[in-house]
Structure formats: structure tokens, C-alpha cells
Ligand binder design. Structure first.
Ligand code: 2BA
Length: 109
């Protein structure tokens, strides 16, 4: 058994949620925040058998898009604030960041 942890953009979370339910995957959705952008995203926890992992990864791939987002950089510590011009930087986010972890035990009481 594996635990698949997928960090996805909020815009993709409903679509992915529906697709998971339709494909009979059981999932838990957590509201999360990216450490870099400090913007909200959604983390899915999906426990599933090893055999189902490839189709789960494909389903995540099919339902999550990459998007460009603007980041306002933080001013440099101790630097000259007068000379600092905070140009927004564009970064590509997603489609999804996925971790596949082995599960030692699974209980459902
Ligand atoms: P954030 O940390 O807010 O990162 C958003 C996007 O900013 C990233 O997209 C990446 O394109 C960029 N980025 C992140 N850290 C950067 C850095 N140090 N320098 C330059 N650009 C940087 P994604 O890679 O698609 O990640 C989307 C979200 O997935 C992340 O949001 C974070 O919540 C999660 N994530 C990504 N990698 C992770 C990891 N190794 N461990 C845990 N969570 C991760």
C-alpha cells in the first residue's frame, strides 16, 4: 500500500476531487499554504494499493494545470532599502507536486 500526497493549486482542487471520487479513490483534502508564495493550495492524501498508483498519478496529471503566478520579492535584510525596487517575479506553479510514500500499516476501525 502507498500514501500519495499531492499538493495542487486551489483552482484544480474541485476538479481533482470529483475525478478521484468517480474513479473510486478515497481521499482527504487539507487546506495548505505554500512556503514560497505563501498562498493557499490544497494537499490531497490518498491511500491506495500499489497497483493503483500509476492510474492515480495519471488522474492527478490530467486534472492539474501549470500556471504562472506573480511573486512580490521580500526586501533584502540589512540592504539599502532606497535602492531596492520590488519588481514582481513570475514563477510557474504546478500542475501538482506529488510524493509517493510506503505505508507500513493501515487500519480502519
Ligand atoms: P510554494 O512553496 O508556494 O511554491 C510555489 C512555486 O514557486 C513552486 O511551484 C515553484 O515554481 C516556485 N518556487 C518554490 N520555491 C522556490 C525557490 N526556492 N526558488 C524559486 N522558485 C521557487 P511548484 O514547484 O509547483 O510547487 C507548488 C507547491 O507545492 C509549493 O508552493 C509547495 O506548497 C509545494 N511543494 C513543492 N515542492 C515541495 C517540497 N519539496 N516539499 C513540500 N512541498 C512542496
Amino acid at each position: 500500500m502507498k500514501m500519495v500526497i499531492a499538493v495542487v493549486q486551489d483552482q484544480d482542487s474541485n476538479r481533482l476531487s470529483n475525478a478521484l471520487t468517480q474513479a473510486d479513490f478515497r481521499a482527504t483534502k487539507l487546506a495548505s499554504t505554500g512556503g514560497f508564495l505563501r498562498a493557499g493550495n490544497t494537499t490531497f492524501l490518498v491511500g491506495t494499493n500499489d497497483d493503483n498508483v500509476p492510474s492515480l498519478l495519471q488522474l492527478i496529471r490530467d486534472n492539474c494545470r501549470a500556471r504562472d503566478q506573480l511573486v512580490a520579492p521580500i526586501s533584502p535584510m540589512g540592504g539599502n532599502a532606497d535602492a531596492y525596487i520590488p519588481y514582481p517575479v513570475e514563477v510557474e506553479v504546478g500542475g501538482a507536486t506529488v510524493f509517493v510514500l510506503p505505508i507500513e500499516q493501515f487500519h480502519h476501525f
